[in-house]
Design a protein around this ligand. Structure first.
Ligand SMILES: [Zn+2]
Ligand SMILES: [Zn+2]
Length: 411
C-alpha cells in the first residue's frame, strides 16, 4: 500500500475532478459505500473459485467473530446498497458512480498496489443494449478528457448464465485430453472456473486454445441479438472497438456484454479498466429482477498510461512580514486577497523567519510575487512588492496593493 504525497496529488485531483464533472453531465450520481463488507457478499457475488476470492481478498475476523473483507471491487457493494435501500422504488433506473480505494493482496507489480483506486459506474434497472452503449460512450469520452489517446476498447459477450454453462461444458470437453499441455494455473481453472483459461497469457495455453470452441457460437438467440445490437450501435456512433473472442472477466457475476480498455503504454498487463453486464446479481442479492451494466477503471493505471504531464501550479502570492503588528496586517491582507482574487494561493509566514528565508520559502512554494510588510511599511501605509523572477522591488500604497497583485499575476 502506498502513500500519495502532496507533490503527486495534483494528478489525482485532476483525474477525479474531470471524472466527477463528466460523469455528472451524463446523469450519474455519486455513491459511497463502506470500505468493509461482510465477506460472504463478495464470495457470493464474485465467486468462490475466482482469483480474487480464493487468493486476493483481505479477510479477517473482528472482535465479535464476524467475517469481514476490505472491498476488492465496487460492484457487489453497490448492488447490495441498491437492494438494501430499495433504489428501484426511487427511480426505474439507477445511474451511480464511485471513486474510492479497493484492496487486493495480489503480488504487487508496476501500477498495481494492494490498496488501489477505482472510478466506476453502474446503471441498474435495464437489460437493453442502449445502456451498454451509454456506459461505453461515457467511458471513452472520459478517457479522452483525461488526455488519453491510443487506448483500445475490446468487446465480447459471454451470454446469459445458460449460455455460459453450456460453453463451459463444451470448453471442458475440448480441454479434457489436453490438460497436461496447460500451465499450472489453468489446470486448476479447468476444474473450478474454466472460462478463465481463455485469457491466460501463457504461450502454451494460447496455443492449446487456438482451436478451442468459440464462446460466440454458444450464445442463444436473445444474447446474440443483444450483442449484435451493441456492435451495430457502436459502429453507427463511430466508436471504435475490437471484438475480442477470448475476452472473459475474472468475476463470476458477469453475463452478456463484457469489455476491457487497454493501453499500449502499460506493457503486458495492459488493462486500464473493464466492465460488462451483470444481469443476475441484483436478483441474487434478494432484489428485483433487473439488468445492470457498469465498469471500473484503475486510477493508478490511468496515471501510468498518461505518462509525464505538466503540473499546473496555481498563481501564488507570499506575504513576508517582519514584526508583530506587520504579521497581523499580513494576515488581514491575505484574507482580503483570498476573498477578492479567486483561485489564488496566498501564503503567510508561520515560522518567524528572517526576510531572506521567507523569500526562499516563497520561491519553494512557487510564488510569483512577494508582498513585504515591515514596521516601516506599516508606518507609511505602504507595502513593498517583490517580483520573484526579476527580483525587482517597488513600493505600493496599501489601498492599491490588491489591484497591483492582480495585474502582476495576470501577466
Ligand atoms: Zn443467452
Ligand atoms: Zn494457462
Amino acid at each position: 500500500m502506498e502513500d500519495i504525497l502532496p507533490q503527486d496529488m495534483w494528478v489525482w485531483r485532476r483525474i477525479e475532478d474531470v471524472a466527477r464533472k463528466q460523469l455528472e453531465s451524463y446523469g450519474y450520481r455519486e455513491i459511497r459505500t463502506p470500505i468493509l463488507e461482510e465477506t460472504r457478499l463478495f464470495t457470493r457475488a464474485i465467486g468462490e473459485a475466482t482469483d480474487i476470492v480464493s487468493k486476493e481478498m483481505y479477510t479477517f475476523t473482528d472482535r465479535k467473530g464476524r467475517q469481514l473483507t476490505l472491498r476488492p471491487e465496487g460492484t457487489a457493494p453497490i448492488a447490495r446498497a441498491y437492494v438494501e435501500h430499495s433504489m428501484d422504488k426511487i427511480s426505474p433506473i439507477a445511474m451511480l458512480y464511485y471513486i474510492g480505494s479497493m484492496f487486493r493482496s495480489e503480488r504487487p507489480q508496476k501500477g498495481r498496489s494492494r490498496q488501489f483506486h477505482q472510478i466506476g459506474v453502474e446503471i441498474i434497472g435495464t437489460t437493453l443494449p442502449v445502456a451498454d452503449i451509454n456506459v461505453i460512450i461515457q467511458l471513452r469520452n472520459m478517457l479522452k478528457s483525461f488526455g488519453l489517446r491510443d487506448f483500445i476498447i475490446k468487446l465480447n459477450s459471454l451470454g446469459c448464465s445458460k449460455d455460459k454453462d453450456a460453453f463451459a461444458e463444451k470448453l471442458c470437453g475440448y480441454l479434457r485430453d489436453k490438460e497436461k499441455l496447460l500451465c499450472e494455473d489453468c489446470r486448476v481453472r479447468v476444474k473450478k472456473n474454466v472460462l478463465r483459461v481463455l485469457d491466460c497469457k501463457n504461450e502454451n495455453c494460447k496455443k492449446v486454445l487456438s482451436k478451442a470452441p468459440n464462446i460466440g457460437d454458444s450464445l442463444c438467440g436473445m444474447c446474440n441479438k443483444h450483442f449484435k445490437e451493441v456492435k451495430d450501435m457502436l459502429e453507427k456512433l463511430q466508436i471504435e472497438f475490437e471484438e475480442a473472442k477470448n475476452l472473459v472477466r475474472g468475476l463470476d457475476y458477469y453475463t452478456g456484454t463484457v469489455f476491457e480498455v487497454t493501453h499500449p503504454a502499460l506493457g503486458s498487463q495492459d488493462a486500464i479498466g473493464a466492465g460488462g453486464r451483470y444481469d443476475n446479481l441484483v436478483k441474487e442479492f434478494g432484489g428485483p429482477d433487473v439488468g445492470a451494466v457498469g465498469y471500473a477503471l484503475g486510477i493508478e493505471r490511468i496515471i501510468m498510461a498518461l505518462g509525464k504531464i505538466e503540473e499546473q501550479i496555481p498563481k501564488t502570492v507570499f506575504i513576508a512580514t517582519m514584526g508583530y503588528e506587520p504579521k497581523i496586517m499580513g494576515l488581514q491582507l491575505a484574507e482580503e486577497i483570498r476573498k477578492k482574487l479567486k483561485g489564488i494561493t496566498v501564503f503567510t509566514d508561520v515560522k518567524g523567519s528572517s526576510l531572506k528565508s521567507q523569500f526562499r520559502n516563497a520561491d519553494r512554494n512557487g510564488a510569483r510575487v512577494v508582498i513585504i510588510i515591515g514596521e516601516d511599511e506599516l508606518k507609511s501605509k505602504k507595502t513593498t512588492i517583490r517580483d520573484m523572477k526579476s527580483r525587482e522591488q517597488v513600493s505600493v500604497g496599501m489601498d492599491t496593493v490588491i489591484n497591483e497583485i492582480e495585474k502582476r499575476l495576470g501577466e
